[in-house]
Ligand binder design. Structure first.
Ligand code: SAM
Length: 286
């Protein structure tokens, strides 16, 4: 591979929009190219000027900062796009890769429509860092952002993802982790999950187990800090056949009708709902 020619750092940057990833904890995790672009940008659009100001101070960069978040008005976005027609505008978020559960999507979309030159300077992203650390299957994965906070909305989201044959990646907060794990234990008792916490920081941790095991651990040791929650793919069909579906059905029948029990176990295991219903009726009868 031919290395890209080194940029002439004495020259102004080409006009356009530069999407720049910043660290997710460890300040060393920023690329040489990101530092160069931030140093030479005319304007840096950021979520919080204090947060980005601290990073720039650490890097010894004095820059013109302009606030840009998900609530930016159409007019504010239009002003940034107008600036990028003639100057170099860098977009950063508080941490990690802009647009990934962070602002920027509308700005980039509208900048593209306006014919602005757009470049990305990739770097740290908590979802990818968590995936590499968890040791779960990574040939296919689906990033699903933050889980909804309300129980019903969370359950609906998980049910909608039940058939996805991939590792699922969620962002989560420490106060909500245990509740989310309990919801996951209900719907997917047999999948392997991982909690990746405080990535790249002093207290980095990655813990794997079933949702019930992880929920019990974090009930006893309330977590702090930032969290990526990963859910391994559905158990393969052959493995499902080995599951003790009778035990799952009996547990469900203690609380609900055969039809609902069959639905719950079908969702959790991927087994056939009709067959489970027939078996639930038998078990109920005696
Ligand atoms: N754009 C960022 C990225 O590229 O990862 C994500 C921003 S999102 C608003 C913040 C969430 O990312 C946190 O609530 C947490 O779930 C996850 N996160 C960010 N930094 C993390 C870290 N160091 N360790 C674990 N999770 C992290």
């Amino acid at each position: 591979m031919t290395p890209a020619p080194a940029a002439d750092q004495s020259q102004p940057l080409e006009k356009g929009l530069y999407i720049v990833a910043t660290p997710i904890g460890n300040l060393g995790d920023i690329t040489l190219r990101a530092i160069d672009v931030l140093r030479r940008s005319d304007v840096i659009a950021c979520e919080d000027t204090r947060v980005t100001g601290k990073l720039l101070k650490h890097l010894g960069i004095a820059a013109r900062l302009q606030r840009h978040d998900d609530h930016a008005s159409d007019a504010a976005r239009a002003r940034l796009i107008a600036l990028a027609q003639t100057q170099a505008v860098a977009l950063v978020s508080d941490a990690g890769t802009p647009l990934i559960s962070d602002p920027g999507y509308r700005l980039v979309s509208e900048a593209r429509e306006a014919g602005i030159a757009i470049t990305t300077i990739p770097g740290a992203c908590a979802a990818i860092a968590g995936l590499t650390l968890a040791g779960l299957p990574n040939d296919r994965f689906l990033f699903a952002g933050f889980l909804p906070v309300k129980d019903k909305a969370r359950a609906d989201t998980l049910t909608g993802l039940a058939g996805v044959e991939a590792t699922l990646i969620f962002y989560e907060t420490a106060p909500r982790l245990e509740r989310s794990l309990r919801a996951l234990a209900e719907i997917w008792p047999t999948r392997t999950m991982a909690v990746a916490r405080e990535l790249t920081k002093l207290h980095e941790e990655c813990r794997r187990g079933s949702a019930a095991e992880l929920a019990a651990h974090y009930a006893a040791h309330p977590p702090k800090g930032e969290i990526v929650l990963l859910v391994g793919p559905p158990v393969a069909a052959e493995a499902c056949e080995d599951l003790d579906s009778d035990a799952l059905l009996r547990a469900a029948l203690a609380e609900m009708s055969p039809a609902k029990a069959a639905g719950k176990v079908a969702k959790a295991t991927g087994l056939d709902r009709a067959a489970l219903y027939a078996r639930a009726v038998e078990l109920k009868a005696g």
